[in-house]
Ligand binder design. Structure first.
Ligand SMILES: NC(=O)c1ccc[n+]([C@@H]2O[C@H](COP(=O)([O-])OP(=O)(O)OC[C@H]3O[C@@H](n4cnc5c(N)ncnc54)[C@H](OP(=O)(O)O)[C@@H]3O)[C@@H](O)[C@H]2O)c1
Length: 309
């Protein structure tokens, strides 16, 4: 497992993160097994959000109730959560941020978050309010580092003008098949080509220029929660041929190759898994330790239907 030295964290972070968005219906033993499997295979970072699980804080609560992380090992893991989505609106008000973090800490049964992300851009944001909330959380020792999710470079700049803390992360949707942050730059400057459309205002290069670590959510989904491309030979026959062959060449699974494709990028992108299946966690962790060649990376990219102009 590759690790990354990231700002404001006490330890290197694993390049693969276990996301806990889908654990609401697992029992305590299943949650402990899932988390233990991740830790045993080098994954030390866990991704939550207040909204995961239907009712507010449900997945965080299940993680805490199950005793997934013992008090003795708390300092050896990185726990991340998110705030800012409410039913029918986005809300970056100081009051909402502070109240939600307190609720997340109670649900997770921990005293601090290693990282807090603003989940989706709130166009009614008052950056000074975010700054006040972040300062209070940092001073109280409740949050150690901060970031955003699904934000454009300019939205980050608007926040940065007020903030006294750095924004170290942007969590965005990225898989081999859903890769606009990478694919648009590869097809820059092409008229009449959908792939050329810049949907995020240069997020990838902005992140590299500003030492912002990207985190890839839905790394196995074809698009927005519409099924997994691994093993889907109806929609992605060529991609699955490539996944199978490259997997065999490296002694890992196609699932692992999908992770390796993300971690191969020199921007140092973390992969946020959503699986609840311990074997898939093991397969993914193995992929996090494999370095694909340039030829393999581009073969997967084009086999997924992206073009090289
Ligand atoms: N910031 C954001 O806006 C945002 C949005 C969405 C998600 N997230 C984060 O990203 C994490 C991952 O999102 P996701 O769950 O949509 O992504 P994902 O890892 O691409 O998808 C996981 C789902 O695919 C299924 N699956 C089927 N075959 C699979 C295979 N071969 N390999 C892996 N999974 C397979 C899993 O089922 P099994 O459980 O049976 O394996 C699970 O239901 C979430 O847990 C959350 O932490 C963030």
């Amino acid at each position: 497992m590759k690790t990354l030295d990231l700002p404001n964290l006490a330890q290197p972070a694993s390049t693969v993160i276990l996301g806990l968005m889908r654990i609401a219906d697992l029992d305590d033993e299943q949650i402990r097994t899932l988390v233990r499997t991740a830790i045993d295979h080098g994954i030390n970072t866990f991704d939550h959000a207040d909204i995961y699980g239907g009712e507010r804080h449900r997945c965080e609560e299940r993680f805490g109730e199950a005793g997934a992380i013992s008090p003795a090992e708390r300092e050896s893991v990185i726990i991340q959560s998110k705030v800012g989505i409410r039913p029918g609106m986005f809300d970056f008000s100081r009051e909402h941020i502070l109240r939600t973090v307190d609720e997340s800490l109670a649900a997770l049964r921990t005293d601090y978050l290693d990282t807090l992300l603003l989940h989706r851009p709130d166009t009614l944001v008052e950056p000074d309010e975010v700054a006040a909330a972040f300062d209070e959380l940092k001073a109280a020792g409740k949050v150690r580092s901060f970031g955003v999710s699904n934000h454009t470079p300019l939205q980050i700049e608007v926040l940065k003008r007020s903030l006294n803390v750095s924004l170290d992360y942007n969590q965005v949707q990225l898989s081999i098949t859903h890769a606009p942050i990478i694919a648009s730059g590869i097809a820059a400057n092409m008229v009449k080509l959908d792939q050329s459309i810049d949907r995020d205002n240069g997020m990838l290069d902005y992140a590299r220029l500003n030492d912002i670590t990207l985190q890839a959510w839905s790394p196995f989904q074809k698009g927005f929660f519409d099924g997994v491309f691994v093993g889907d030979r109806d929609d992605y026959p060529e991609l699955n041929d490539a996944l199978d062959e490259i997997a065999a060449a490296h002694g890992i699974t196609p699932t692992g190759v999908a992770v390796a494709w993300i971690s191969r990028h020199p921007a140092g992108i973390q992969t946020v898994l959503g699986t609840t299946n311990p074997q898939r966690v093991i397969d993914s962790a193995a992929g996090g330790g494999v370095e694909l060649s340039r030829e393999e990376w581009y073969r997967l990219f084009t086999a997924a239907g992206h073009i090289l102009p």
